[in-house]
Ligand binder design. Sequence first.
Ligand SMILES: *[C@@H]1O[C@H](CO)[C@@H](O)[C@H](O)[C@H]1NC(C)=O
Ligand SMILES: *[C@@H]1O[C@H](CO)[C@@H](O)[C@H](O)[C@H]1NC(C)=O
Ligand SMILES: *[C@@H]1O[C@H](CO)[C@@H](O)[C@H](O)[C@H]1NC(C)=O
Ligand SMILES: *[C@@H]1O[C@H](CO)[C@@H](O)[C@H](O)[C@H]1NC(C)=O
Ligand SMILES: *[C@@H]1O[C@H](CO)[C@@H](O)[C@H](O)[C@H]1NC(C)=O
Ligand SMILES: *[C@@H]1O[C@H](CO)[C@@H](O)[C@H](O)[C@H]1NC(C)=O
Ligand SMILES: *[C@@H]1O[C@H](CO)[C@@H](O)[C@H](O)[C@H]1NC(C)=O
Ligand SMILES: *[C@@H]1O[C@H](CO)[C@@H](O)[C@H](O)[C@H]1NC(C)=O
Ligand SMILES: *[C@@H]1O[C@H](CO)[C@@H](O)[C@H](O)[C@H]1NC(C)=O
Ligand SMILES: *[C@@H]1O[C@H](CO)[C@@H](O)[C@H](O)[C@H]1NC(C)=O
Ligand SMILES: *[C@@H]1O[C@H](CO)[C@@H](O)[C@H](O)[C@H]1NC(C)=O
Ligand SMILES: *[C@@H]1O[C@H](CO)[C@@H](O)[C@H](O)[C@H]1NC(C)=O
Length: 724
Amino acid sequence: MISPYVVTLFHLLLLYSFGFSVGFKESRKSGESNCRENERQALLNFKQSLIDHYGRLSTWTDHQNNTDCCNWEGIQCNHQTGHVILLDLRCLDTKYLKGAINLTSLIHLQYIQHLDLSNNDFMWTHIPQAIGSFTNLQYLNFSFSEFSGMIPFQLGNLSLLRYLDLGRNHLRGTVPFQIGNLRQLQYLDLASNSLSGAIPFRNENLPLLQTLGLGGDFDIKAEDSQWLSNLHFLRSLHLSSLHNLNSSRQWLQAISDLIPNLVELRLFDCSLSDTNIKSLFRSHSNFSTSLAVLDLSYNVLTSSTFQLLFNFSLHLQELYLTDNDIALSSFLYPNFPSLNILDLSRNNLTASVFGDNFNVRSKLRELRLYNCSFTDKSFPISSASTINSSSSLVVLDLSSNLLKSSTVFYWLLNYTTNLQTLLLFDNLLEGPIPDGFGEVMNSLEQFYAYGNRLQGKIPSFFGNMCRLRTLDLSNNKLNGEISHFFQNSSWCNRHVFQNLDLSYNQITGKIPKSIILLSELEDLNLEGNSLEGEVTESHLSNFSKLETLSLSYNTLSLRFVSNWVPPFQATILSLASCKLGPSFPVWLRTQNSLMSLDISDNDLSDSIPAWFWNKLQNLGWLNMSHNNLNGAIPDIPLKLPYGPSIILNSNQFEGALPPFFLQASGLFLSQNRISDLHSFLCNQIIAPNLATLDLSNNHITAQIPDCWQSLHQLLFLDLSENHY
Ligand SMILES: *[C@@H]1O[C@H](CO)[C@@H](O)[C@H](O)[C@H]1NC(C)=O
Ligand SMILES: *[C@@H]1O[C@H](CO)[C@@H](O)[C@H](O)[C@H]1NC(C)=O
Ligand SMILES: *[C@@H]1O[C@H](CO)[C@@H](O)[C@H](O)[C@H]1NC(C)=O
Ligand SMILES: *[C@@H]1O[C@H](CO)[C@@H](O)[C@H](O)[C@H]1NC(C)=O
Ligand SMILES: *[C@@H]1O[C@H](CO)[C@@H](O)[C@H](O)[C@H]1NC(C)=O
Ligand SMILES: *[C@@H]1O[C@H](CO)[C@@H](O)[C@H](O)[C@H]1NC(C)=O
Ligand SMILES: *[C@@H]1O[C@H](CO)[C@@H](O)[C@H](O)[C@H]1NC(C)=O
Ligand SMILES: *[C@@H]1O[C@H](CO)[C@@H](O)[C@H](O)[C@H]1NC(C)=O
Ligand SMILES: *[C@@H]1O[C@H](CO)[C@@H](O)[C@H](O)[C@H]1NC(C)=O
Ligand SMILES: *[C@@H]1O[C@H](CO)[C@@H](O)[C@H](O)[C@H]1NC(C)=O
Ligand SMILES: *[C@@H]1O[C@H](CO)[C@@H](O)[C@H](O)[C@H]1NC(C)=O
Ligand SMILES: *[C@@H]1O[C@H](CO)[C@@H](O)[C@H](O)[C@H]1NC(C)=O
C-alpha cells in the first residue's frame, strides 16, 4: 500500500512547485547593523509556540555566538536599519512546523513586508486582529496551514498588500468588506475554506486584481457580477463550491466576458451543466488564444461539453474534467493540439476504446483516468503491422478501474514508449506481469500496481529498469523466493532506487545479502510475506537514507549485535513478530526521528530502559503489545504533542499509571498488572486528550477515584476484569 506519508509528500511537493519564490539575499556581511533586540526576542517568543520536529528553526537560538537574527533561517533584514523585513517559514518538502502559534507575539516586527507561513500545521489557530498592525506588509501567505476562525476585518488596513493568500484553511464566517479597500491587491485567494454569506465587493474594489480564488457557500447576487466583470487585469479565476453559480445568468455572463483575457479558469464543484458551459463559451469561436488551463471538475457535464471544447481548444494545455458524467467511445486527442495534461478521472468511460487513433501526433504528457470503469475491452491490440505509439506520454494513471487480464500490459508495450510514471493500483489484474514489460519499459521511474491479484514469481526484471525509483507491488499474490527478485539483475538503478514495497504477498525465502546494493533506499516494506531466516546488521549496513523499515509478520529473526548503531535515522519502524527478544533492543536509543514504532510480539522479556520513555515525545504510534515487558512505568514530565496511540496490552507492567499518558489519544493496557489510577485520573495539570482507554484485565484493587470529569474527550472506556 502506498503510505499516507508518500501521498502527503507528493501533495506538498506539488504545491511547492507552483510556489511563488522569494529571491533570498545572502545574509548581511559583518560590519552592518545587527538585528534589533526586541525583534529578536519576538522571534524567540514566537518559536516557543512551535513544535519544530524537523529542526527547521535550529538556527533560532539564544546562544551568544548567534545573536544576529538576520542570519537565522527564513529571515531577511533591511541592510541599513537591521529591521526584519521578511519572514518565510513556508514548509519545504515535508519538514513542516506545528503548533498553536501566537502571531501577536510577532507584533514587534513592525517593518515586515513579506510574511509566508504557508504549508504548515498551526492546529486551528485563529488569525488575530493584531494582524492589522503589520502595516508594511506587501505579501501575506497563510495558505494550507490549518488556520481557523474568522477572517479579521483589520486585514483591510494593510493598504500596501499586493498578495493575500488564505486559501485551503478552515476559515469560516463572512468575507469582511474592508478587504475590498486593498487597492494594490493583485492576488487574492480565499478558496477552500468554509466561508459563506454575501460577496462583499463592489465596483471599484480591488481594481488591480490578477488572480482571484473564492470558494464556499456564498450567496451570489446578480449585482455582484458587475464588480467581477470590471476586473480588467484578471488572468486567473478560481471559483469553487458556489452552488448557485449554475442559476446566475449575470455571473455566467461576467465570466464569459472575462474569458478572452484569462490564462487559467477553474470552476470546480459548482453544479454546472452543459447548458451553463455553452453559455460561457457562447459567442466566441476560436476566441481565446490565452486560455491555457481549464478545470471544470466535479460538475455534471456530459460528452457534449467535451465536444464543445474541441472548438475552443487550439491553445488549451491543461484540461481537468474529473467527476462529471462524460462518456466517450473513442479518444480524439488531435482535436486538442496543444494539450499537455488531460484528467477525465471518475467519469464512466466503460464504453471507450483506445484504438489505433490513440494519440496520433499528440503532445499529451499526462493522462489521468482513475476510477473510470475501464475493462480490458478498452485496450485492444491492433493487428496493424506498424502502430503509432506515443512518445510524449510520460504519466498514465489507470488506477481503480476494472482491468483484469494482461492485455493492458501488452497495450502499453505497443502504444507507449516513454512512460515514466504508471499507476495501475486497485484493479483486478491477474496472472504474471509479462516478461516483455521488463524489456521494453526502460523509461519507467515509478510503478504502482498494489491492490491487484498479480500472481507468479516476483519478477527479476525490475533491476534492469535503470531509472526505476519507486516500485509498489504490495497486496498481490506474488510468490517465489525473494532472491529471485535480486537474481540476474544488474540493478543499474541502484543509484536512484528509493522505495520498494512488496508487502502482503506470498514471497518466501531468505533476504539475500545483495539487498545492500540498493544504497539509496528510503522505504523498504516487506511486511506480511513468508520470509524466513536471520536479518543482521550487515543486511542494513548500506542503508544510510532509510526512513521506513517494515518487516513485520514474516518468520524472520532480527539479530543485531548489542552495540549496533544503525546507519540510518528511521521515522517508521514496523518490526512486529521479528523475534527481537529477549532483551530490549538497545540500538533504538540512537533513533532520534522515530514517529511510529511497532515491536509487538517479539518475545521481549525485559524492563524498559529509562531513556526509552523520552522517545514517546515524538511518536504518533507505539505498539509494544504481546511481549513480557515488566516493571513500573516511571512518572516523568513528558510532553506528547502528537497525541499518540500507545498499545501496551499483554505485558507485565505494574504499579501506578503515570499522568503523562493522559496526552495520548488512545491507551491500550489490558492484560497487565496496573494497580493504581489515582495520580493518573486526578491530575490537575495536564490537559487530557484521551479518547480510548482500555485497562481491562489488570490488578486495580482500590476504589477508582471519581475524577472522570476532566476527561472530556473520552469515548471508549474498558475497566472490566479488575479486582475492585
Ligand atoms: C502561497 O504558498 C503556497 C505554497 O505554500 C503557494 O502554492 C502559493 O502560490 C503561495 N501564494 C502566493 C500568492 O504566492
Ligand atoms: C555556537 O556555539 C555552539 C556551542 O559552542 C555551537 O554548537 C554552534 O555550532 C555555534 N553556532 C554558530 C552559529 O557558530
Ligand atoms: C500572545 O503574545 C502576546 C504578545 O507577546 C501576549 O500579550 C499574549 O498574551 C499571548 N497570547 C497567548 C494566548 O499566549
Ligand atoms: C483601520 O481601518 C479602519 C477602517 O477600516 C480605520 O477606522 C482605522 O483607523 C484603521 N486603523 C489603523 C490603525 O490604521
Ligand atoms: C444548480 O445546482 C443545484 C445543486 O447544487 C441544483 O439543485 C439546481 O437544480 C441547479 N440549478 C440549475 C438551474 O441547474
Ligand atoms: C478554428 O481555427 C482553426 C485554425 O485557425 C480552423 O481550422 C477552425 O475551423 C476554426 N474553428 C472554428 C469553429 O472556427
Ligand atoms: C464546433 O464548431 C463547428 C463550426 O463552427 C460547429 O459546426 C459545431 O457545431 C461546433 N461543435 C460544438 C460541439 O459546438
Ligand atoms: C457505467 O456505464 C455502464 C453502461 O455504459 C453501466 O453498465 C455501468 O454500471 C456504469 N458503471 C458505473 C460505476 O456507474
Ligand atoms: C500512423 O500514422 C500515420 C500518419 O502519421 C498514418 O498514415 C498511419 O495510418 C498510422 N498508422 C496507424 C496504424 O494508425
Ligand atoms: C469509484 O467511483 C465510484 C463513484 O463514482 C465510487 O462509488 C467508488 O468507491 C470509486 N471507487 C474507487 C476505487 O475509488
Ligand atoms: C504488442 O502486443 C502483442 C500482443 O498482442 C505482443 O505480442 C507484442 O509483443 C506487443 N508489442 C511489443 C512491442 O511488445
Ligand atoms: C538467471 O541466471 C541463471 C544462470 O546464471 C539462469 O539459469 C536463469 O535462467 C536466469 N534467469 C533469468 C530469469 O534470467
